[in-house]
Design a protein around this ligand. Structure first.
Ligand code: CTP
Length: 403
């Protein structure tokens, strides 16, 4: 894979790791990319613009205006020009500004005008990296669809040992290469994803729900979109945000609403990944007014909800793929295999509540994927983003690659 013809804005901020950005720029250029550097005022304290412009063959952009001739540097033009913005190193301060839209320098205005995907390689001391503010800012940036290249663990500039060191230029370069290699593998494909829980109303203030956070489904949506697919994300009530030009989000509340939205979308889709934790039952009777506490027992009768997966399984054409999830507490594999048959799935992703760190609420997941021919593949405990990538590699790689 070469980066021939790719336009990359390389953002550099005020961290000691800024010196490594020179090697990174060199790797990108050698691979055929055009690199425009945007550096913060603090970044220039760590590496000189002369070194950087000599490597890239382009003047480094740092201020809104060039002081001597008043030339205005357009962050909007850079936002249109780039195929990728890569910020390496990104300090805690820059992460905070990006997460909160504090556009007080050229790098942040460029970031906020960016039409292309953004990759961020944080670099800071271990305590700063572990601070809840940094964790929250990274979480927010992920929700914007930005890709975080996790810092490595090891000796830091402060001589302390821990996590916070910017990933090595070779590994960042590899992540960029992988990103471009994958970017078009799902181009022109349409994928339906269901995510989150369903809420089944009892009365105007109460519902039956479950602990699903929606994180797995949102990670899948983002990963499919990053690979060029057009995604319809039908989600139950979650507190997640997502913004990607390829993702159309449809918010629903009940299983019935999710069923209707999914059935409407499915005929024009190439695949559906059904990640939602749909309630199996809903109250038979919906109260229009809040139910008052009395002395007697309150019985709520439940009626079964329609099965979205099984219905799509019946509608499925030969060219369409259907991928379901199963969360089991016992006899996992057998139950999962039964679901493949019952719902006419091509694959089932099995996650078990018995695995520590897997399932609802966690940012990590441990899965096995079973195909309809019964072949099982087990994966390690990983972040939900990495799990999403594994699921797509394993189940959607049969699609022809349209580069
Ligand atoms: N599913 C669905 N519609 C439903 C219930 C489940 O689309 N009404 C999908 C889920 O999104 C998941 C798969 O079916 O992809 C399996 O969900 P699960 O709740 O494990 O299966 P159930 O059919 O509800 O089986 P059981 O409750 O007996 O385990």
């Amino acid at each position: 894979m070469t980066l021939q013809g790719k336009h990359i804005v390389l953002g550099i901020t005020g961290s000691i790791a800024a010196y490594k950005a020179a090697s990174l720029a060199r790797l990108l250029i050698k691979s055929g990319a055009e690199v425009q550097i945007v550096i913060t005022p603090a970044g220039k304290e760590f590496i000189t613009p002369v070194t950087l412009s000599a490597l890239t063959g382009k003047p480094v952009v740092s201020e809104f205006f060039t002081a001597n001739d008043g030339t205005w540097h357009s962050h909007v033009d850079l936002g249109q020009w780039a195929d990728l913005m890569l910020i390496a190193p990104a300090t805690a301060s820059t992460l905070g500004k990006m997460a909160n839209g504090v556009a007080d320098n050229m790098l942040i205005t460029t970031y906020m005008s960016m039409k292309a995907p953004v990759m961020i390689a944080p670099a800071m001391d271990l305590d700063m990296f572990a601070h809840p503010a940094t964790t929250r800012n990274i979480e927010i940036l992920r929700s914007y669809g930005n890709i975080i290249i996790e810092p490595a663990s090891g000796e830091l500039a402060s001589h302390l040992i821990g996590k916070g060191r910017m990933e090595e230029p070779e590994n960042i370069f590899k992540a960029v290469e992988d990103f471009f290699a994958k970017q078009q593998t799902l181009a022109k494909k349409k994928i339906l994803i269901t995510a989150g829980p369903s809420y089944e109303k009892i009365d105007p203030v109460r519902f039956i729900g479950n602990y699903s956070s929606g994180k797995m489904g949102f990670s899948l949506a983002e990963e499919c979109a990053n690979r060029g697919a057009e995604v319809i994300l039908v989600t139950g009530p979650v507190s997640l945000t997502i913004s990607h030009p390829n993702i159309t989000r449809i918010d629903v509340e009940s299983a019935e609403e999710m069923y209707n939205a999914s059935l409407k979308a499915f005929p024009s889709m190439d695949a559906a990944i059904l990640c939602a934790a749909v309630a199996d039952f809903r109250p038979a009777q919906k109260y229009d007014e809040k139910v008052k506490r009395g002395e007697d027992l309150l019985n709520i009768s439940l009626v079964p909800n329609k099965d979205i997966a099984a219905t799509l399984g019946k509608m499925k054409k030969a060219s369409q793929l259907l991928i379901g999830f199963a969360l089991e507490t016992n006899d996992e594999e057998n139950n999962a295999l039964k679901k493949i048959v019952k719902k006419n799935l091509d694959y089932i992703v099995l996650n078990s509540l018995n695995d520590k760190g897997a399932g609802f609420k966690y940012d990590t997941n441990k899965i096995a994927i079973i195909s309809k021919s019964g072949i099982r593949k087990d994966f390690e405990l990983k972040s939900k983003k990495e799990v999403a990538s594994d699921i797509i590699d394993e189940t959607l790689s049969g699609f022809p690659i349209l580069v």
